[in-house]
Design a protein around this ligand. Structure first.
Ligand code: DO4
Ligand code: MG
Length: 279
């Protein structure tokens, strides 16, 4: 089932039917262990309403309220290769090989909810950066009890020149206004997402596709549960948290985003997250 956060309430889409939840608080709705079962039980009391489909396009919000957004790094071989290249002048490449092979994953704080944008909103490029890319990432929703209860799509906007100049600049390359997007919904199902699910990204500039690529999430080096267990080692999340799982798609080194570019990220089971780069 897919759960949509809208200005008119929480909409559940299940087997091509649409329901408006009686719960209006996103934190309370999502932060439950065994969320799939809990929502299936709630559905028995609700009546389907086809008119709700309209709200999914016109009133959609990011699927977040008071959760934080965390991110994982260098979880795909392609990400390791790209970071080595971008940081070679600063001699930082060795760090990326080491973290790819290490037992402890790279985890970093990406964004608070108030700085995270939703579907159809604008993502941003830092004004002091000249080399920028979107990073399309399967994003886990983990409840406060530490279990993975849902999935969404994340865009981990990144300034490659800043990150490449010195790995210690990572927080500035990754965290700024408009650097994180989530949506369009939360996929909630009985079982973990299909390990062969594909993530694809298309970048459109002046009506032409200037970049497109795709990768299967089975190319990820680490398990989702492994990333979550490290994140929860010394952190509490009273409302649950989002965790981006890293990118396996990075455009060639001569590509940078422009203002006005449209970024479309698709995972078929979840939908497509579309954002425009702000002017
Ligand atoms: O270490 C740099 C960031 C890595 C990252 O964001 C990714 O691999 O997706
Ligand atoms: Mg990333």
């Amino acid at each position: 089932m897919r759960i949509y956060n809208t200005t008119r309430g929480i909409i559940i889409s299940h087997h091509d039917q649409f329901f408006l939840s009686e719960e209006r608080d996103w934190n309370v709705f999502v932060n439950r262990s065994n969320l799939y079962k809990a929502v299936c039980n709630e559905l028995q009391q609700l009546e389907a309403n086809d008119q709700l489909t309209e709200l999914i396009t016109s009133a959609l919000l990011a699927p977040i309220a008071d959760q934080e957004v965390w991110a994982s790094g260098v979880t795909y071989f392609r990400s390791r290769e790209a970071r080595i290249e971008e940081s070679k002048d600063a001699k930082g490449g060795d760090f990326y090989t080491r973290v790819y092979d290490a037992e402890r994953p790279e985890l970093f704080f990406k964004s608070p909810a108030y700085r995270t944008v939703g579907p159809g909103s604008q993502v941003r490029i830092r004004k002091d950066s000249r080399w920028n890319v979107p990073e399309p990432e399967l994003t886990l929703f983990v409840c406060s009890g530490g279990t993975i209860e849902g999935y969404t799509i994340g865009n981990d906007m990144s300034s490659r020149d800043i990150e490449g100049e010195n790995p210690l600049y990572l927080p500035q390359a990754k965290s700024y206004n408009g650097a994180a997007a989530l949506g369009p919904c939360l996929l909630v199902q009985e079982n973990p997402i299909d390990p062969d699910a594909a993530i694809s990204m298309e970048i459109v500039r002046d009506s032409a596709v200037v970049f497109s690529d795709q990768i299967s999430i089975n190319q990820m080096k680490r398990k989702h549960t492994e990333l979550v267990s490290y994140l929860f080692r010394e952190l509490d999340f009273p409302h649950g948290t989002f965790l981006m799982t890293g990118t396996g798609i990075i455009p060639h080194d001569d590509f940078t985003l422009h203002a006005g570019d449209i970024v479309k990220i698709t995972i078929a089971e979840i939908g497509t997250l579309i954002n425009t780069v702000a002017q």
